[in-house]
Design a protein around this ligand. Structure first.
Ligand SMILES: *Cc1c(COP(=O)(O)O)cnc(C)c1O
Length: 355
């Protein structure tokens, strides 16, 4: 049976990305060596890093003065590296979900970290709007896409202080005005690559302003100077990121990714809103186009397990909602196609007919 992969992360990647990565793991570009057993200092590996950085800059139109880094530790290590490198007196955080809250908790280890607003009281079902960013903060941190709750900030905010964004689950899903950000980071395993690499886009002149000592490996400047090669970088995940970026470019770039994301999301949300069995869980204006969350309406609540089984039997994978929200979550990252979302919608319609 054909499987439709709606996993939240690690998640669906384009077939050709996996084929190219698998081929390189057997024989890297005719070298007779596997990518897995090659030196990261090998002459033929350097172009992999260089091309990946170049495509990051090209596809996101990253201005001069920014560095692109590939690190280990996941987005979760960035929760600590960001305040380590940027927090001198005070930082401000928008608390829009579990990941945002974890980022805020780490910042508190380094100084004053204030929550400017939160939607925690309503299980993070919306993005707070009327907040004031303190002008004396060293930076303001946001999570652009809340993977667990299915809300998203799809525009680049104006901030009076340097803006830092966790874009783990929506990077490369829309054009971004990088010049509005001091730092953007994310784990690759949602929209970019297999697990194992973290990307950081950092404005160079934001660094070197804190008075504390920073351990070498946690100092962004180490990795800027070393070209992400201070220590051994995750070579295979970087290679697979490069394949994804080539695929995005060939498919029309981030503008095309955005068009497809909006198209997919519309088909699924329209069905959620139309179908008497289901309802969305978040404010309509804040709906994520990456993670589409829905539950059964109160009247049909007892059918939840039945629908889960029904959908699983028809090839849907990974649609169970996060335990903190319940219900269902269809993660539709860049590699998800219309065939996948149409199969999900057909499933919802067939199930409705049975009830
Ligand atoms: C998945 C996710 C994380 C955690 O990423 P790790 O790489 O597992 O540390 C952080 N933030 C967001 C928005 C995520 O979706």
């Amino acid at each position: 049976m054909k499987k439709y992969n709606f996993n939240a992360g690690p998640s669906k990647l384009p077939r050709e990305v996996m084929e190219a990565t698998a081929a390189a793991c057997l024989d890297f570009e005719g070298s007779g060596l596997s990518l897995m057993e090659m030196s990261h200092r090998a002459k033929n590996f350097q172009p992999v890093i260089d091309d990946t950085v170049a495509l990051f800059k090209e596809l996101l139109d990253i201005p001069e003065g920014y560095s692109v880094l590939f690190l280990g530790g996941g987005a979760s290590l960035q929760f600590c590296m960001v305040p380590y490198n940027l927090l001198e007196n005070k930082a401000a955080y928008l608390n829009t979900g579990v990941w945002a809250k974890k980022a805020l908790a780490e910042a508190k280890l380094f100084g004053e970290a204030v929550e400017v607003a939160t939607s925690a009281e309503s299980t993070y079902s919306y993005i707070p709007k009327d907040f004031v960013i303190p002008t004396d903060a060293d930076y303001f941190h946001i999570t652009t896409n809340n993977t667990i709750y299915g809300t998203e900030i799809r525009k680049d905010l104006d901030s009076p202080v340097p803006l830092v964004a966790d874009m783990s689950s929506d990077i490369f899903s829309r054009p971004v005005d990088v010049s509005k950000y001091a730092l953007i980071y994310g784990g690759a395993q949602k929209n970019l690559s297999m697990a194992g690499v973290t990307f950081v886009i950092v404005k160079d002149d934001c660094l070197g302003k804190v008075s504390r000592q920073i351990p070498t490996m946690l100092d962004y400047r180490t990795h800027i100077k070393g070209g992400s090669m201070f220590n051994t970088p995750p070579t295979v995940p970087i290679y697979s990121a490069l394949q994804t970026l080539k695929w995005i470019k060939k498919s029309g770039g981030v503008a095309a990714m955005e068009r497809l994301a909006l198209e997919r999301a519309k088909v699924v949300y329209d069905e959620i809103d139309r179908n008497k069995l289901f309802r969305g869980t978040v404010a309509a204006e804040d709906r994520s186009v990456m993670n589409l969350c829905f539950v059964m309406t109160d009247e049909y609540k007892e059918l939840e397990a039945d629908f889960m089984q029904f959908a699983t039997e028809r090839g849907m994978v990974g649609i169970k909602g996060h335990r903190s929200v319940g219900g269902f979550r269809a993660s539709c990252y860049n590699a998800m196609d219309m065939e996948g979302v149409n199969a999900l919608v057909a499933c919802m319609q067939e199930f409705e007919k049975l009830h």
